[in-house]
Design a protein around this ligand. Structure first.
Ligand code: C2E
Ligand code: MG
Ligand code: MG
Length: 675
């Protein structure tokens, strides 16, 4: 019922629109009205002067006044009255009807008063021509046309029918037949006109609908990329010279996880909720768009940077409020990149790209934050692109090598493991830090080949070490998700003749975030084979303890950001103590990363760490120096009595430290430098 009333409403609207258009046609050619009026005045004036008949003269006067009023009205009224309005139509009707009846009446009077033949012919002809012409001209409003036709011809028919002579009566009869014929023609013309108008309207409506669909995101109902482009162009045209246009590029942090674990329908509902929050949080008049996936763009006018930052902060906080869908409570983080037109570019695409770069930076900085574009980001991008291109050649040109940093037992001072750390000595740029090129390798997927190469190289070196020294290798998330990743590692170990139990894979929490079955299968296969796992950089991510329960970690590596301040700050010490206590009860080794001073060694040991890694002991060194360190250690411990072995005196650490510091770090081949 609701639907049918809606259809009826739509039909009425369409009819009203068609009617308005047709009313407008009445005034469409004011010139034709003027010519008609001039002819009417001229012919009736002629009839008046030639007939010397006072009734005809009076009628001619009335007709002339009406004709002049109509011409004047047609010229002025459409300017002061709304187009197609009923008042315009009424004015036209009044003028048209009175003019028609006067034209017909004057012709009838020339018949009635038996005015001279030519004048009678002139006026009768004039009335017939007018009525037939008007029936066609005003077909857009058929009622008006038919009434005009009838009013102009009826007096002539009547007067001719009352004449005694046969030709006059025949004229009456013929004109009588003209009436229905012209009516039918008028109605036909009207129907054709109306149909074509409504067909044009229907296709316009369809075109509008298609355009709307093409510019709308079906999931959220927000505009999509095409829609946003359209909005942006409109905004640019409407913008006044001083105002700024803020562009916020928003990315949800854990959307993929939600989509993968809870399903796409759930993901869609989450997107709908985020879209609603953005709509609510954006200032009125803002354009809010979804750019596919979990990315949204909000564009709004702003006066200054603090205003933009304030709004962006409010939106970030709103999205990060827990979202409840069915029985699930979701905590979705988000990152926002901000760029401003025209501060960051004179072209919308450039500013949008700037917002994207800022977003990328927000993600690199650790997500859940707002970053505003700075020109250095473009330089970084260029730098990253260069690295991407160079990295492909680096492996072929033998510019990469694997270095090893010892991980020392804080009790005995012995080296328990070496962490393999990749080094790139670029022929022009010098040494590049892994932090610069590993993320690029991860983005491009090159990390899979690179990672396998590192594992193979490191395993070959480690195969020469004593049996109780472990090799630790870092793994990137993408490496784990690659098909056959576990088998690739096992075959690298086989080739290098390194027992799987001597390999320890360092993974960060981000690897585990996706909870994907692939990750679980990867860990399971390698654990079965004897490979061990360490949780790297603990304390930098979510630091969720649930991973420790789910995955078989034998070691937790506390990030160096906690270690660096431990000697001075109490809070860090308390955190390390808590993690160590937990590690002990779960039978895990706790490694303090980035130990640089003796004070730190003592502090982390006192806090319960069992192992240490850092420059205090040794920097990462080439494989042959790692071998030398182990050799020196063997000699040192062989010289000591068994009782001395058990205690980890700072002196033994010192010994390793001085031994490694004395070691020849610069090995001339390829001028590679240990760091
Ligand atoms: P990470 O796994 O946490 O590695 C430890 C980082 O701390 C290394 O940086 C090491 O040189 C540095 N480090 C060790 N001791 C100290 C210290 O006392 N003070 C300071 N300030 N730093 C110290 P590096 O080699 O630059 O590596 C950085 C990160 O790059 C690594 O962090 C790891 O996440 C990644 N990475 C390095 N090599 C590889 C690799 O072969 N594969 C993968 N996937 N990632 C790697
Ligand atoms: Mg590591
Ligand atoms: Mg680490």
């Amino acid at each position: 019922m609701w639907k049918s009333s809606r259809v009826r409403h739509r039909t009425n609207v369409a009819e009203d629109q068609a009617r308005a258009i047709l009313v407008t046609t009445l005034y469409a050619q004011p010139a034709s009205l003027a010519i008609g009026a001039a002819c009417g005045i001229l012919t009736s004036a002629t009839a008046a002067t030639e007939s010397h008949n006072s009734v005809i003269t009076a009628a001619a006067g009335v007709l002339s006044i009406i004709a002049l009023a109509r011409v004047a009205g047609a010229r002025w009224l459409p300017r002061i009255m709304p187009q197609g309005s009923r008042s315009l139509e009424i004015f036209y009707e009044t003028g048209a009807f009175s003019y028609s009846i006067m034209a017909g009446t004057i012709a009838a009077l020339t018949i009635h008063y038996d005015v001279s033949g030519p004048i009678r012919t002139l006026m009768v002809g004039n009335a017939i021509a007018y009525s037939v012409g008007i029936a066609a001209r005003n077909a857009g409003r058929p009622v008006i046309a038919i009434v005009q036709l009838t009013l102009a011809l009826a007096p002539v028919i009547l007067a001719a029918a009352l004449e005694p002579d046969l030709p006059s009566r025949l004229l009456a009869f013929t004109l009588f037949l003209v009436l229905p014929a012209m009516m039918s023609i008028t109605l036909n013309v009207f129907k054709t006109l109306r149909d074509s108008i409504s067909a044009a309207q229907t296709s316009q409506r369809l075109a509008d609908k298609m355009q709307h669909l093409a510019r709308t995101d079906v999931v959220t109902g927000l505009v999509n990329r095409a829609g946003l482009n359209h909005h942006l162009v409109e905004r640019l045209i409407a913008r006044d010279g001083n105002s700024k246009l803020a562009m916020l590029w928003i990315d949800l942090d854990r959307f993929k996880e939600v989509n993968d674990t809870l399903g796409h329908q759930f993901g869609d509902r989450l997107l709908i909720e985020v879209a609603a929050r953005l709509r609510r949080g954006a200032p009125s008049g803002a354009s809010v768009a979804r750019f596919g996936g979990d990315e949204f763009i909000v564009v709004f006018d702003a006066n200054n940077q603090p205003e933009i930052t304030r709004l962006a902060k409010a939106m970030l906080a709103d999205i990060q409020r827990p979202i409840r869908i069915d029985d699930h409570r979701l905590d979705i983080g988000c990152s926002i990149g901000v760029a401003i037109f025209p501060d960051h570019g004179n072209d919308l695409d450039v500013v949008l790209q700037a917002a994207d770069l800022a977003l990328n930076q927000a993600k690199l900085n650790g997500r859940k934050q707002i970053v505003t574009f700075t020109p250095s980001m473009t330089r970084d991008l260029v730098h990253r692109k260069e690295i991407e291109a160079d990295l492909r050649l680096a492996m072929q040109r033998d510019e990469l090598s694997v270095f090893f940093q010892p991980i020392v037992d804080l009790e005995s001072g012995r080296i328990r493991a070496f962490e393999a750390l990749v080094r790139w000595f670029h022929p022009e740029k010098g040494e590049l830090r892994p932090d610069e090129f590993i993320p690029v390798a991860e983005e491009t997927g090159a990390i899979i080949t690179l990672g396998n190469w590192i594992t193979g190289q490191a395993a070959r070196v480690a195969a020469d070490w004593p049996d109780d020294v472990t090799l630790a290798v870092n793994l990137s998330p993408l490496q784990i998700r690659a098909p056959g990743a576990a088998l690739a590692i096992l075959s690298a170990l086989r080739e290098a003749r390194l027992a799987p139990r001597r390999l320890e894979l360092e993974i960060t929490e981000t690897v585990l975030l996706d909870h994907s079955p692939n990750t679980a299968a990867f860990v399971e296969t390698l654990t079965q084979a004897g490979v061990r796992f360490a949780l790297d950089d603990f304390g930098t991510g979510y630091s969720s303890l649930s991973y420790l329960d789910k995955y078989p970690f034998g070691k937790i590596k506390i990030d160096r950001s906690f270690v660096s301040g431990i000697a001075a700050g109490k809070t860090n010490a308390a955190i390390i103590r808590a993690v160590s206590g937990m590690g002990r009860s779960l039978d895990m080794a706790i490694v303090a990363e980035g130990v640089e001073t003796l004070d730190q060694v003592e502090a982390v040991r006192a806090a319960g760490c069992t192992q240490g890694q850092g420059w205090y002991f040794s920097r990462a060194v080439p494989g042959y120096i790692a071998g030398m360190l182990l050799e020196q250690e063997r000699h040192r411990f062989a010289q000591k009595s068994p009782s001395e072995h058990s205690e980890m005196a700072p002196s033994s650490t010192q010994a390793l430290r001085s031994a490694s510091l004395k070691a020849p770090y610069t090995h001339n081949v390829n001028h590679k430098k240990a760091i």
